[in-house]
Structures are given as C-alpha cells and as structure tokens.
Ligand binder design. Sequence first.
Ligand code: OAD
Length: 231
Amino acid sequence: MKKKIVVLSGAGMSADSGLRTFRDADGLWEGHDVMEVASPQGFRSNPELVLGFYNQRRRQLLKAQPNAGHKALAALEDFYEVHIVTQNVDDLHERAGSSEVLHLHGELFKVRSTAPPYPVYEWKKDLVLGNLCAQGHQLRPHIVWFGEEVPLLPEAASITSLADILIVIGTSLQVYPAASLLYYARHGTTVYFIDPKPTIDQLPNYELHLIAKKASEGVPLLVSELLTSSQ
Ligand code: OAD
C-alpha cells in the first residue's frame, strides 16, 4: 500500500510564481490592510474596493504559472498517496497536476451568492456590483474572510490525521484555525517544514525536519529524496 503524504501549503508555496505572500511586507497585502480587503466588515463598508482587489488578484492568477515546487508535489503521486490542504486561493497545485487539493480558504476562480443557499459559480473574469446569482442576489468572492467560519476544517483535520508523512510549506502559521491543522497528525509523524524563514524550530511530539529554502528549491529536493526512499 502506498504511504500517505499530507501537504499543508501557504502563501510561500506560490511566492515563486509571482504571487505575493501576506505577511512579508509590513503587514500589508498588495498595499492594503488585510482587514480592509479580507473581512465581511471590509466588504460591507467598501464593496467596490474589495471586489476590485480580488479582480486584480484574479487577473494576476490568470497570468501566473505553477513553479517547480508545485510540479514536484504532483510527481510524488507516482509513488505516494498525496493529499494537499492549501490555505491558498490560487489553482496552481491543480494546474501542476495534483489531483487531491482541498482549499481551506476558498478559491479565487469561484464566486458565491451573498444570500442563502449561497450557490457557488465558476468565475474567471472581473466581478462587479450588479453581478447577481440566479435568485437575484449580489455575488462575492468565494473566499473565507477573517472572522468567517472555515467550513472545510473538519475534512482537512481528518485528512491530516491520516498522514504518514506531513510536509508544511510556506506558511507563517499565524492564522488560525489553519495553523492548528498540523497538530492533527499522529504523534511521532515525520514533519518536513519548508520555508526560508521558518517560524518554528521545534515541534514536541513530532519528528521535525526544517528545510530553510524557498519552495521552488526545497520542495524538489525533498521530493527527490522521498521518491528515492520509496523504491
Ligand atoms: P503568510 O504571508 O502569513 O506567510 C508566508 C510564509 O511564506 C512566510 O513564513 C514566509 O517566510 C514564507 N515564504 C516567503 N517566500 C517564500 C518562498 N519563496 N518559498 C517558501 N516560503 C516562502 O501566508 P500564510 O501563512 O499562507 O487568508 O497566511 C495564511 C492566511 O492569511 C492566508 O490564507 C490568507 C491570509 O490572510 C485569507 O485570505 C483568508
């Protein structure tokens, strides 16, 4: 039976594809306070600003390409059962060829209604005020904003609890509940943490291996090691 690898990825995973991380630049995200553009209050007080912000992110993502890290993870599937749980709203894991990807914080190429039953639609163009769902309600980005529930958390936790090997990539582990996910792995699990500035240097109850490199370098290195040891 194939060993199970669970990958927990954050913004650093896509940094080498040209997508900015959230906390690397003075707490600003592309020049904005995160609460201004990623909270229900922000959307209520200035919906145009928020929609415009995500329109820019969507346009940027249309031009971005998976990096060597995304591609290496897809190659792992030849010898391991791989589940990716990502905080990222981009689709670069999928475009690189990974088949099991759970988006904890939503997806940039989807929008949903602001009214029940909150139907979700595929969406690759700009979203503006006046774009409505089939029932006539305004659409919003399909993103989990600060203060909102994380509906896929239980599923992500149960996937993580089955990991034989855990790989954590490019996350500051500052945002909860996402940051708590790694503790669902069984005690004794081998955990690789790939990040040029890892925020932890020990992990009691786990066998932690730090790889202080960028995702596009560190992930291919680890993957080639794991592919060699699987044979
Ligand atoms: P952060 O911006 O908080 O952290 C990014 C991490 O990536 C940091 O630890 C960096 O050291 C690391 N990093 C930077 N460049 C890298 C590279 N080339 N390769 C690998 N790692 C690199 O991003 P997240 O932890 O993902 O939520 O943030 C979590 C959530 O906060 C996001 O999902 C988002 C945000 O608000 C929503 O939008 C709902």
